[in-house]
Ligand binder design. Structure first.
Ligand code: TRP
Length: 335
């Protein structure tokens, strides 16, 4: 009999366009993890509403993300890949959990503090309760492990607190999830300001490599990548953030370690190194882009994946939601 695998849950917001940081930091690992775990990946479109979206672009980007996930190798028949907004249990559980979460603990969330400064004209209640919806996402699927970037660790911790509080009152309803922080190597920084994370909303067009950039664009952006005034290719994130970031990227796409990268480019200077990184990234993305183009023509296939996966996710989520509703004493449904 097949051993029961642990459940892994993660997700990404689907605004803008998928970039190399999203791909190397999350998506590529997700593909690797799908062997070891039963994986559920959400496209977190309800979370995206905490910031005002253009409806047409938002809808198109969310569809593009799904197609890119599949193109990048996330098998929608082995994993559950679905839209958060298509499973109404998320919003329903989030409401209940809101009643088990304190204003004080939400007010301490660093992302809330940052975002409410950044979007001072739109500090809405959704921004404040964002971590509660995220807790609902995770707890609905009884996830054991949640791989996230370091910036989301605090949100997984509050999720654990909420789950423990709930279990303390009602018995073992929720599995307590473990955060699973990606290795430092997977954190991709901006090519223009390597002290900052690579971001889709960077104003500098050379700072970010998008998953669908063509080869010339990729090579051009890497050639312009900010480095330092030395010449040696050496991994030292503190003193050489630009070069170290390029090494991280090169290592992720080629599988080579830092030492062998240093020796490969010793005495060659940054020019050759940047070209090599650009070529390696373009070669790595080429099959994904090709598959993406094919998939955009297979609309019926993608749509059937969305439908089946929404149903699978809803089945699991509703099981937990019904249990919670019963535990808190909501009145039974009459069938
Ligand atoms: N907040 C996460 C981010 O911005 C996305 C997210 C929403 C998520 N719900 C989740 C990640 C549940 C993991 C699990 O990156």
């Amino acid at each position: 009999m097949e051993k029961e695998k642990k459940i892994l849950y993660s997700g990404m917001q689907a605004t803008g366009t998928l970039h190399l940081g999203n791909y190397l930091g999350a998506l590529k690992n997700w593909v690797a993890l799908s062997e070891e775990y039963d994986c559920i990946y959400g496209i977190m479109d309800l979370h995206s509403l905490t910031v005002r979206q253009d409806p047409t672009a938002f809808r198109q980007n969310a569809r593009r993300f799904y197609t890119l996930y599949v193109a990048a190798g996330l098998d929608p028949e082995k994993n559950i890949v679905y839209y958060q907004s298509h499973v109404s249990a998320h919003a329903e559980l989030a409401w209940i959990l809101n009643c088990f979460t304190y204003m004080g603990e939400l007010g301490r969330m660093t992302q809330y503090k940052d975002k409410s400064q950044k979007h001072a004209d739109n500090v809405n209640a959704g921004l404040f309760t964002y971590p509660v919806l995220m807790a609902a996402d995770i707890l609905l699927y009884q996830a054991d492990a949640v791989p996230v970037g370091a910036d989301q660790k605090q949100h997984v911790e509050i999720c654990r607190d909420i789950a423990q509080r709930f279990n303390g009152i009602y018995g073992d309803v929720f599995t307590i999830p473990e955060p699973f922080i990606a290795k430092a190597g997977a954190k991709v920084m901006s090519l223009a300001e390597p002290e900052k994370k690579m971001s889709k909303s960077d104003e500098n067009p050379n700072a970010t490599i998008f998953a669908l950039d063509d080869k010339d664009t990729i090579l051009r952006k890497f050639k312009r990548a900010v480095t330092d005034s030395e010449t040696d290719v050496r991994f030292d994130p503190e003193n050489k953030p630009g070069v170290s970031n390029l090494m991280t990227i090169y290592s992720c796409v080629t599988g080579k370690d830092m030492e062998s990268i240093s020796s490969e480019f010793s005495g060659k200077g940054y020019g050759d190194f940047k070209i090599a990184v650009g070529e390696a990234v373009a070669d790595h993305l080429a099959p994904i882009q090709k598959r993406y183009d094919e998939l955009t023509k297979e609309k019926a296939y993608i749509e059937s994946c969305i439908k089946t996966n929404d149903e699978k996710a809803a089945y699991l989520a509703n099981k937990t939601l019904r249990k919670v509703q019963k535990k808190v004493g909501l009145t039974e449904r009459i069938r």
